[in-house]
Design a protein around this ligand. Structure first.
Ligand SMILES: NC(=O)c1ccc[n+]([C@@H]2O[C@H](COP(=O)([O-])OP(=O)(O)OC[C@H]3O[C@@H](n4cnc5c(N)ncnc54)[C@H](O)[C@@H]3O)[C@@H](O)[C@H]2O)c1
Length: 249
């Protein structure tokens, strides 16, 4: 019988793995036996200890940077079982603002990282996964899309596009043995979230959930692990909201 989590030895690339949710996903997957490449545009803020995690540089908005990363992973490991597209401009969004106050430069930068970065990542790993005859892609979207959260227009647009990309690319690569799914987290208590929202906002979100408590990065990790596993092989094009039961799709 297939196990529920990622199979030991699976090579998993996690973008945005330097901190926050990406760090926790990397730690969890490695603890389950995956060989994790945590890639980010900044230095890691955590130490993997004895776990099989290596840190690499990538700017996900940049085509050449993706190719360098994929070449380095294939040189070292010979395969890429799963890609977790977690990197995004989130903490870097700064204060929430009315959509009329966003600049074109901010809009383009957020879409370049959060949306183009996800497409470029899937495009970069596709030849490797196709040659293997299997692969798993997990894109980190956001329940702000489902909730219609205001004052984050560029961010919600970028994450809505991630859900759309997940669906259409899933149809294009299913025949290659590759699944593409998305996870839409609710408000997760990371340093980034605390810098963007005050305590009252966080507490109000927590009590409105069917499971009325704070959401932690660890709430996402087992779900990502399942979608990186062979056992999830007949699930594709889906967006799973992991928010303790606040938004229902
Ligand atoms: N924290 C939440 O409440 C929440 C909710 C829903 C979705 N998400 C999503 O989860 C993911 C992680 O969120 P987080 O809370 O850890 O945020 P975060 O801002 O702390 O982490 C984002 C990571 O992406 C990296 N990154 C940014 N631009 C990059 C680039 N061009 N190339 C490579 N790496 C880049 C950052 O350096 C950082 O390590 C993001 O996709 C975010 O949109 C977060």
């Amino acid at each position: 019988m297939d196990q529920a989590g990622v199979e030991p030895g699976t090579v998993v690339v996690v973008t945005g793995g330097a901190r926050g949710i990406g760090a926790e996903l990397s730690r969890h997957l490695a603890a389950e036996g995956a060989v994790v490449v945590a890639a980010d545009v900044v230095d890691p803020e955590w130490d993997a200890g004895d776990l099989a995690v290596t840190h690499e540089r990538v700017d996900v908005s940049d085509e050449a940077s993706w190719q360098r990363l994929v070449d380095a992973v294939v040189d070292r490991h010979g395969r890429i079982g799963a890609l977790v597209n977690n990197a995004a401009i989130y903490q870097g969004l700064g204060a929430k603002r009315h959509f009329t106050e966003l600049t074109v430069e901010e809009w383009d930068r957020v879409l370049a990282v959060n949306t183009r970065g996800v497409w470029l990542g899937m495009r970069a790993v596709h030849p490797v996964m196709k040659a293997q005859g299997w692969g798993r892609v997990v894109n980190i979207a956001s329940s702000t899309v489902h909730m219609g959260v205001p004052h984050f227009a560029h961010y919600t647009a970028s994450k809505g596009a991630v859900i759309a990309l997940t669906r259409s690319i899933a149809r294009e690569v299913g025949q290659d043995g590759i699944t593409v799914n998305a996870i839409a987290p609710g408000l997760v208590e990371t340093e980034a979230t605390r810098s963007l929202n005050d305590d009252e906002y966080l507490a109000a979100a927590a009590v409105r959930r069917a499971i009325p408590r704070a959401q932690e990065p660890g709430d996402l990790a087992p779900v990502v692990s399942f979608l990186c596993s062979r056992g999830s092989g007949f699930v594709t094009g889906q967006t799973l909201i992991v928010d303790g039961g606040l938004a229902f799709s």
